[in-house]
Design a protein around this ligand. Structure first.
Ligand code: PGA
Length: 243
């Protein structure tokens, strides 16, 4: 299983910035055991595709075409060369009121159009303080993965909401507890597929903490926001994992 290092650019970068990023990134040597992915704003689909990297949108609407103002078609993304998609990122859940049921519909749709989804799960600070972390993960996984048989790749990203964009990183104990819980869930619910499923950690991953986090139990990838925007820091994370 390759270790996945996925960039989530969120609503950052114009097409020209994208071209410049990949001109520099192209010089990065990535070991065979590492797979890099880029989740880019839809407006950057073309230059990203032309850069020849693995990429996908940060969100899709579950239909090929239609009267859905402002949404991204998974079919068009796939036609443009996308192979992956993020589903249920915490910013989609908290700012755009996406429910577990909607993440489930989007996962089915992603598979239908040939996109490999990464389902994001994670608790808020309040939920952690109330001791609800594992309960929240269970709910997000049960509903999110309902009636789903992975047809291509399917991965999970554990992102504690309180660690995203805050500079605050979960401790290795917190990360391994959540990742072990997710792995056990996948073993039970998708026994034929779980060995091919990576569990990524996301939340203030940077070159300084990447090595230790990459060695934490059941961590088989990263989803990186802020530190993925500059080729230098993204490269630093890759180097830290390569050791
Ligand atoms: P961050 O974002 O690395 O800036 O914390 C991670 C994410 O939201 O996927």
């Amino acid at each position: 299983m390759s270790f996945i290092i996925a960039a989530n650019w969120k609503m950052n970068k114009a097409p020209q910035d994208t071209v410049e990023f990949f001109e520099t990134f192209r010089q990065t040597k990535v070991a065979d055991k590492i797979k890099t992915l880029f989740f880019v704003p839809a407006v950057n689909a073309l230059p990203t595709s032309q850069a020849g990297v693995n990429w996908g949108p940060q969100n899709i609407f579950p239909a090929a075409t239609g009267a859905f103002t402002g949404e991204n078609s998974p079919k068009v993304m796939a036609d443009l060369g996308a192979r992956y998609v993020l589903v249920g990122h915490s910013e989609r859940r908290s700012l755009f009121f996406e429910t577990d049921e909607q993440t489930n519909i989007k996962l089915h749709s992603a598979q239908e159009f040939g996109l490999s989804p990464i389902l994001c799960v994670g608790e808020t600070l309040d939920e952690r303080k109330q001791g609800l972390t594992l309960e929240v993960l269970q709910r997000q996984l049960v509903t999110g993965l309902s009636n789903l048989t992975p047809s291509n790749e399917l991965h999970i990203a554990y992102e504690p909401v309180w660690a995203i964009g805050t500079g605050e990183v979960a401790t290795t104990e917190q990360v391994s507890e959540a990742h072990r819980f997710i792995r056990k869930f996948l073993q039970e619910k998708l026994p034929q597929h779980h060995q091919k499923m990576n569990i990524l950690y996301g939340g203030s991953v940077k070159p300084e903490n990447a090595n230790e986090l990459s060695k934490t139990a059941e961590v088989s990838g990263f989803l990186v926001g802020g530190a993925s925007l500059k080729p230098d820091s993204f490269h630093g994370i890759i180097e830290a994992v390569q050791g």
